[in-house]
Design a binder for this molecule. Structure first.
Ligand code: CO
Length: 431
């Protein structure tokens, strides 16, 4: 009732009841736990309607359906999380997961999306109890805690890591569908730690020390022999990745990182370095991680990851929805140094154009390339090839198979071909 006129007050428009506002009206003073949020959400929506993934973001979810300027946003969090609208994820099997290359931008792989490969699970290691033993052909055998390693002068580098088995199924034909499925066992991070040479100088190398055995403390006790003259200058003992301690699946609390070498030499959960005078011939360098040639011999100690590239947009499993401008995007890298040039073909390798390289262009690191293209709605076969600073050019599949045969599983770096049909569907083909 209006007090002046005595007439009934016109009905107020129904207020837009925000789920978020009703939540904050009953918000406890302490930051609610995930369970409290779920319970609250359950009473509001009924259990069936609760989307577990969205639960911590009810504020955002409410805002998304209306005007985000009308209600306060979500509260600050101790450890950040991504928008619930973003769903890029690793493709997992028990002992490996693949990076969604087609969903990423720039060159850094988010730590949570870095590929993983392990041989008997990810160990849970208390950094306070972890030790690194340096022994063998040294003047002073030493045992380090992580805290002691962190006291050494530190260094960091942006570097790619690639499993030597990346793209390995392609030896047998166009097996994979997406860039992630085929090439997702490579990622780039900023790795921080101490130089191997700094730690070995502390132990003092004796003249016979020419190889180094590195051993992990996982249940597989992953172990590799490395030639000292190739690793001493560049290898890092890393305790951090992208600004924070290593992820458990990346070797927490300590891993070896050998720039440009096959991923399995970058021993995770590192517990032992033994200086020796010849390779130790572990399982991982005899029955595994060797490349069988057509004459029955095998390549051994093939450490370097040769130049490679992949177009990530458009790539297998995607679909071009309309004709016209498309920015072709991809990643290129070389274990031998910097990417010098990336060339792109849209006609299956008949004609090539030079792609733009995005800064930074760093040695032994993923490098982003782009090329403007106009899709006319016809069939096309997209390819990219990387030329590195040594002058090496990424081979066609035919060139690679002529030299290596098809008995290999590791070190497949042939040019990837993506076929686009008239409906815009993109498929993995080998031409
Ligand atoms: Co190899």
């Amino acid at each position: 009732m209006d007090k002046k006129t005595g007439k009934p007050t016109p009905a107020e428009p129904e207020p837009e009841v925000s789920i978020y506002e009703s939540l904050i009206a009953t918000r406890p003073k302490e930051p609610p736990t995930r369970r409290a949020f779920l319970t609250g959400a359950t009473s509001l929506f009924g259990a069936a309607a609760v989307h577990v993934l969205l639960a911590p973001f009810l504020g955002h979810a409410a805002n998304a359906s209306g005007d985000p300027t009308r209600v306060p946003g979500a509260l600050a969090t101790e450890y950040g999380r991504r928008s619930p609208f973003e769903r890029a994820k690793r493709l997992t099997k028990p002992q490996r997961s693949r990076t969604p290359l087609q969903d990423l931008h720039g060159i850094v792989t988010p730590s949570a999306l870095h590929f993983e490969r392990h041989h008997n699970g990810v160990p849970l290691i208390d950094p306070a109890k972890h030790r690194l033993l340096v022994h063998g052909l040294v003047e002073r055998p030493l045992l380090f805690t992580i805290a002691e390693l962190k006291r050494f002068p530190s260094t960091s580098r942006l570097l790619f890591v690639e499993c030597s088995g990346n793209s390995g199924k392609e030896w047998k034909g166009p097996k994979g569908k997406t860039a992630q499925e085929i090439h997702g066992l490579t990622s780039t991070s900023e790795w921080a730690g101490v130089r191997l040479s700094t730690v070995l100088a502390e132990a003092g190398l004796t003249p016979g020390a020419t190889w180094m055995l590195a051993e992990g403390s996982d249940a597989a006790a992953m172990t590799r022999s490395l030639p000292l003259d190739r690793v001493l200058d560049e290898a890092l003992l890393c305790y951090a990745q992208n600004g924070e301690p290593l992820r458990p699946e990346q070797g927490y609390p300590l891993r070896l990182l050998v720039p440009g070498f096959e991923g399995n030499t970058c021993i995770k959960w590192l517990r032992r370095l033994k200086l020796v005078s010849s390779p130790v011939m572990t399982r991982e360098e005899t029955s595994k991680y060797t490349d069988l040639m057509t004459d029955g011999t095998a390549r051994q100690f093939t450490f370097d990851m040769e130049a490679k590239s992949v177009i990530t947009v458009p790539s297998g499993g995607q679909r071009l929805k309309k004709t016209g401008y498309v920015e072709i995007r991809g990643l290129a890298w070389s274990g031998r140094g910097r990417v010098e040039k990336v060339e792109v073909s849209v006609d299956g390798g008949k004609n090539w154009r030079t792609a733009r390289l995005q800064a930074p262009i760093l040695p032994k690191c993923h490098t982003r390339f782009c090329l403007d293209w106009r899709w006319d709605g016809g069939e096309a076969v997209l390819q990219s090839r990387c030329i590195d600073e040594t002058g090496y050019r990424q081979p066609t599949r035919k060139e690679l198979v002529e030299i290596r045969g098809t008995n290999s599983y590791y070190h497949y770096n042939a040019i990837q071909s993506w076929q686009i049909d008239e409906e815009g569907n993109v498929r993995n083909v080998q031409v």
